[in-house]
Write a protein that binds this ligand. Structure first.
Ligand SMILES: *[C@@H]1O[C@H](CO)[C@@H](O)[C@H](O)[C@H]1NC(C)=O
Ligand SMILES: *[C@@H]1O[C@H](CO)[C@@H](O)[C@H](O)[C@H]1NC(C)=O
Ligand SMILES: *[C@@H]1O[C@H](CO)[C@@H](O)[C@H](O)[C@H]1NC(C)=O
Ligand SMILES: *[C@@H]1O[C@H](CO)[C@@H](O)[C@H](O)[C@H]1NC(C)=O
Ligand SMILES: *[C@@H]1O[C@H](CO)[C@@H](O)[C@H](O)[C@H]1NC(C)=O
Ligand SMILES: *[C@@H]1O[C@H](CO)[C@@H](O)[C@H](O)[C@H]1NC(C)=O
Length: 620
């Protein structure tokens, strides 16, 4: 069930301005739980309401941090509404996006409770909230760069059993298609989750917007850092910087007007952060020589080491940027197996190190989705079977792999490069309704167990087209009608349980044939199945028409037999009489007799007949 369908009519946003200026980046901001669209200061930013589009429960928000947009509502998703809940936002222009989700705190019994849950975008899990997140401003949201190509953005929240997912706001902000191009693995298959974004030497955290940054920047949040270690110091300049706001990343100029420089007491600059182990990280380092004391090439040279390995050697900012007050961006990708990421700048000779900003992204390989036809079939099943709310069944059935739909078994199909469903385990789940024909669109099913539910109606004959099916257990339901002939086509079937239903009629002979192949079938406890070993013979179950036909046939046969018997008896009597006459010397002693003969005999022997008064009178 796509419970939270947001059909945003964005015509107004997408209208091309009368001048043929390039269209501005697509931007959608959602204020979760809001009944009306909201405008927030200081820039009058528009946030769309999600009221009436979604499930979950709207609630008053307490803002977990000053970073959170000043919105008054949130939406939380009670565990009873299922483990996964999604926003499916339609009409999203194809492109590359910064998707940002702000978390909420749910006020329960006077206490703000901190829910922990997982977040996925387009089927790929991007983040797991960490305990204590509401104590760190920059952990009150998560964001990731993703490619959205199918016109929708599917953002799901997956319960982990620690409280009820609560969402304050969602932002979907278009960026340049090549933003943060990090090398050959960049593209639709790669998602970059922001691990940190540091503005060095700045005393106050800011969004791009506060920096009057370019709208194609994705309104990044820059956390302030006035120092990386005790001995360094912050410097800044009012001078303008060359080349900051260039495609594809459009950094704010102000980022380069502040920096941290190391000192004589500690010439190295070291930045350390905690990361999730065994991941790849994309690291972006920003430099601009803004120290008026350093003006020529060779005056400041340093190596950049990441977790002890040299990532960039002999970095000379003036040389590489092409001058002072000019932006230089370096990026590299590293695999981190431990929990610590250390970026260290080691100056050469007597020089000091300088750094303006640091960005660290976790590189996440985007998951393949489930075959669309199979997703639709499951959705149709969900509706027809009246799947209880607790199942959820929102988002993608198989991904994120950490949170597949319960009751659906997934397998990766190498030919289509998609996930497919190979098993349905929905036994004893209180399902009602009927089994839709669409179930046959789950072509890859090997096993179906719907035993012990309250499913009614016929067994869909389309089931027979799932040729890979090996196990079909529909026992203990209320299936009625006859077993479709098509089930005989399932050549892989080795287990068929139809016992405990209201089925009637003849079991298809083709199924009987399968028994020879060590298949095990159970047809007992039904309304009246016949025609298999262990079941009654089928004759007892004739249609009314057949009964009339047979009744008529029997009557006609009986009549014919009676008539035949009468004729035979008459003839036999004639023969006997003829024999008697012959015994008296009459000329008609032949066995052959017919009426004419006898009449003749009577006329001829009228008088003698009187004489034979005691003889039986055969003729009338
Ligand atoms: C939410 O806040 C409004 C006023 O801002 C108040 O009227 C309403 O009762 C609050 N709702 C809840 C569930 O606390
Ligand atoms: C990032 O680095 C790679 C090489 O490692 C380079 O090809 C790419 O152009 C760089 N990206 C940007 C935006 O500078
Ligand atoms: C990191 O990148 C390398 C090379 O692209 C890849 O082989 C490896 O699987 C990646 N590791 C993770 C955890 O994604
Ligand atoms: C289907 O589920 C029922 C009940 O959980 C179980 O007893 C039965 O063995 C399962 N059927 C098959 C074919 O595994
Ligand atoms: C099967 O049961 C449904 C009601 O559940 C009834 O409408 C239908 O006629 C029945 N079909 C047969 C073949 O008995
Ligand atoms: C078939 O199902 C009935 C109950 O409906 C059960 O008593 C019987 O043992 C089953 N037979 C086999 C061979 O499993």
């Amino acid at each position: 069930m796509l419970r939270f369908i947001l059909s945003w009519l964005l015509a107004s946003c997408l209208l091309v301005s009368p001048t043929l200026a390039p269209s501005p980046p697509f931007a959608m901001r959602i204020s979760c739980g809001a009944r009306e669209n909201v405008h927030t200061p200081p820039t009058n930013t528009l946030w769309f309401k999600d009221f009436a589009y979604t499930g979950g429960v709207p609630f008053n928000a307490t803002l977990p941090s000053y970073i959170s947009p000043p919105l008054k509502t949130l939406r939380y998703f009670p565990l009873s509404s299922g483990p996964e809940n999604c926003y499916n936002i339609n009409r999203v222009r194809k492109g590359h996006y910064n998707v940002r989700i702000f978390f909420g705190l749910v006020l329960l019994n006077g206490f703000n409770t901190e829910p922990l849950f997982d977040i996925s975008i387009e089927g790929t899990q991007i983040y797991s909230l960490k305990a204590g997140w509401n104590g760190h401003d920059d952990q009150t949201f998560t964001e990731a760069l993703v490619f959205l190509s199918d016109g929708t953005a599917s953002i799901c929240f997956h319960s982990t059993g620690h409280g009820e997912p609560a969402i304050l706001a969602i932002e979907i902000l278009q960026v340049d298609d090549n933003a943060y191009y990090f090398g050959p693995h960049f593209g639709e298959g790669a998602i970059l989750r922001t691990a940190t974004r540091l503005s060095c030497g700045d005393g106050k955290s800011k969004f791009d917007e506060d920096y009057s940054g370019d709208r194609w920047g994705g309104d990044r949040f820059w956390k302030s850092a006035t120092t990386l270690s005790q001995a360094d110091s912050a410097i800044s300049t009012e001078s303008s910087i060359k080349l900051p706001s260039e495609a594809p990343n459009f950094y704010p100029e102000a980022l380069y007007q502040k920096a941290i420089v190391s000192s004589d007491t500690q010439p190295e600059l070291t930045y350390t952060m905690e990361v999730d182990p065994n991941r790849n990280y994309s690291i972006w380092l920003h430099f601009a020589e803004i120290d008026p004391a350093i003006t020529i090439i060779g005056e400041r040279v340093f190596n950049v080491l990441i977790n002890g390995y040299i990532a960039f050697e002999d970095v000379d900012v003036i040389k590489m940027a092409g001058g002072s007050y000019t932006a230089l961006v370096l990026n590299t990708t590293v695999a981190v197996d431990g929990r610590i990421l250390t970026i260290a700048l080691h100056p050469k000779g007597a020089s000091h190190a300088i750094i303006n900003a640091i960005e660290v992204f976790e590189i996440i390989v985007a998951e393949s989705r489930t075959l669309l036809e199979e997703v639709r079939a499951l959705q149709s099943l969900k509706g027809a079977l009246g799947l209880p709310l607790r199942f959820g069944w929102n988002g993608d059935p198989c991904v994120p792999q950490q949170h597949p739909w319960s009751g659906a078994d997934c397998q990766f199909d190498r030919t289509s490069n998609k996930w497919v469903i190979d098993g349905l385990d929905l036994d004893n789940q209180g399902l009602r309704g009927f089994l839709p024909n669409d179930i046959s669109k789950l072509h890859h099913l090997q096993s179906i167990n719907l035993s012990g539910n309250n499913i009614r109606g016929p067994i869909p004959s389309s089931l027979g087209t799932i040729t890979s099916l090996e196990v079909l257990d529909l026992s203990y339901n209320f299936f009625n009608g006859s077993i479709p002939e098509s089930l005989g086509q399932m050549t892989s079937l080795r287990r068929l349980n139809l016992n405990g239903n209201s089925l009637s009629g003849k079991v298809p002979a083709t199924l009987g044939g399968r028994l020879l192949h060590r298949a095990s079938f159970n047809f007992t406890d039904n309304a009246g199945l016949c025609g298999m070993p262990g079941l009654p013979a089928c004759g007892a179950h004739l249609t009314a028409g057949a009964k009339i036909g047979i009744g008529f046939g029997v009557s006609v046969t009986f009549l014919l037999v009676v008539i035949f018997a009468m004729c035979w008896w008459k003839r036999r009597q004639n023969i006997l009489r003829a024999k008697q006459l012959a015994a008296r010397g009459a000329p008609y002693a032949k066995a052959r007799t017919h009426i004419h003969d006898i009449q003749l005999a009577r006329n001829t022997y009228g008088h003698s007949r009187t004489a034979a008064e005691s003889g039986p009178s055969l003729l009338t």
